[in-house]
Design a protein around this ligand. Structure first.
Ligand SMILES: *Cc1c(COP(=O)(O)O)cnc(C)c1O
Length: 476
């Protein structure tokens, strides 16, 4: 299996060759040159598998340059119930991504039972083990540099802590994350994790990462790596739980299932698209956005109009606050029938601050063939949905999942199970839950008192040179 770029001007590479990188050299995103296909017989064989077996069946079709036994061992040590232990009452942690039935044909798929209580753990934990394996094999090291407003940074740090050959330098906006998110990251004591609180906002932190990454000499010399959401392995890892969710709510492959996905960078729902392209009987992929509705606008009108980061709304589902959806390019590549010249034309507009309209050329009419529909949610909807789920089902959901549930309800069909992806646990967003319900959400026992633990971080100015020097001083 080789990986090709959506822009068509980079050489095809193997999985391990693209694992540690981000964008392809031509500015595109990597995708498999063709999607492996799962037949009805394959699906029957997979139906009874546990999470690890499923993950291996799927990933081994996408990764052919890691010996089978090694890949199996990596998957087996990643998806263990001790790591995904933050289950609700009545759920079985051994399922890794258990479902929760709300009512007939309406389910939550719990993806947030990992160490940081958000679904990003699902992919990041695998990435940590894959990185360690590949780096050890070639005797190399990497210094991962990233910027976070909360969820990605903590998931990366918990996945990479104490890994051989890996150091993490994570920039966050000083005093701008929630107390819980701050405590999660800053209480980590692993010596290979460096938290840098930058005196500025998230965009300042992001700009520093871009500036360092654009210095290719520095980047090469200090082996600067990234774990951002366009990383192909993160998308691949997420394909698995669509299969798991599908089998959990069906009895036979003649049944179809719809998934509702709280979306920001389009990574999660892109994995759903890929699962569908591999043969999983998915009816609808419901893209749910918050007030930052660039994706909803596209799926309703055919116009993709990214906003400047200055016009991103700060919402109560903050992990979906994006101005452009970086993984969206992967879906459009399939939509335009993998016409790389067309992709260059479209993204030439996006990369220079413009927009494009896929009604031109008749592409938008084909979106329906891929199952996509969309909707958006705002703060009032979110509060109402959290209250409604609490009253109706006695279940407390977080703000992102509430956006997913709100839009899911707009697209339910008789006899088609609707599975809402639960992308974070409510304990992560206490203030919003208190606003909606007048009471704090339950917190997993092992995280009680998290905010009182000693914290380890540096406060630094938004000064690229100083941050480069910090990396040089600590990367040895
Ligand atoms: C990252 C995140 C999302 C958005 O996922 P994408 O893959 O960027 O679309 C939604 N909810 C939560 C809680 C997240 O952390």
């Amino acid at each position: 299996m080789k990986y090709i770029s959506t822009r068509g001007q980079s050489p095809a590479l193997s999985f391990s060759e693209i694992l540690l990188g981000g964008l392809a050299p031509d500015g595109g995103l990597y995708l498999p040159e063709s999607y492996p296909q799962f037949s009805d017989a394959d699906l029957n064989a997979m139906r009874g598998m546990n999470y690890r077996e499923l993950a291996y069946s799927i990933l081994s079709r996408l990764i052919d340059d890691i010996p089978a036994a090694d890949l199996k061992a990596i998957v087996d040590k990643t998806y263990v119930q001790e790591v995904y232990c933050h289950t609700r009452k009545g759920q079985n942690a051994a399922d890794i991504t258990p479902t929760l039935k709300l009512e007939n044909n309406l389910y939550l798929l719990s993806l947030s039972n990992g160490p940081t209580l958000a679904f990003k753990d699902m992919a990041m934990q695998l990435l940590g083990n894959l990185f360690e394996y590949v780096l050890t094999k070639v005797g190399q090291e990497t210094n991962i540099l990233g910027a976070t407003s909360g969820d990605t940074g903590s998931a990366a740090e918990y996945a990479m802590r104490s890994k051989q050959g890996i150091r993490v330098f994570m920039l966050s906006p000083h005093q701008k994350m929630s107390r819980f998110q701050t405590a999660q990251m800053f209480s980590l004591q692993a010596p290979n994790i460096f938290n840098i609180a930058v005196k500025g906002v998230f965009d300042d932190a992001q700009d520093i990462v871009k500036a360092v990454s654009n210095d290719s000499a520095f980047k090469a010399k200090h082996k600067i790596g990234a774990v951002n959401s366009i990383n192909w392995a993160r998308v691949a890892a997420q394909v698995v739980y669509y299969f798991k969710g599908y089998f959990a709510v069906t009895r036979s492959n003649s049944e179809q299932v719809s998934f509702a996905v709280p979306s920001g960078n389009f990574g999660n729902v892109c994995a759903g698209h890929i699962a569908r392209m591999m043969g999983l009987p998915v009816k609808k992929l419901v893209v749910a956005t918050n007030e930052n509705d660039v994706l909803d606008e596209f799926f309703k009108t055919g116009v993709y109009r990214p906003r400047g980061s200055a016009s991103t709304y700060h919402t109560s589902s903050p992990s979906m606050d994006i101005s452009k959806a970086s993984n969206f390019e992967r879906f459009v590549f399939d939509l335009v029938e993998r016409d790389a010249a067309k992709m260059r034309e479209l993204w030439n507009k996006v990369d220079t601050g413009g927009s494009f309209d896929l009604n031109e050329g008749g592409y938008f009419a084909k979106v329906a063939n891929y199952g996509f529909v969309s909707g958006s949610s705002n703060h009032a909807n979110r509060m109402q949905t959290i209250r409604w789920a609490h009253e109706q089902y006695g279940v407390t959901i977080d703000t992102h999942t509430a956006d997913g549930l709100k839009v899911a309800l707009e697209y339910r069909e008789p006899d088609v199970p609707m599975v809402v992806l639960e992308t974070a646990l409510p304990a992560k967003f206490e203030d919003a839950i208190v606003e909606a319900l007048g009471q704090k959400p339950e917190r997993p026992a092992d995280l009680v008192g998290l905010e009182d633990l000693p914290q380890r971080f540096e406060v630094m100015a938004t000064d690229v040179a100083a941050i480069k020097q910090f990396i040089v001083d600590h990367a040895h």
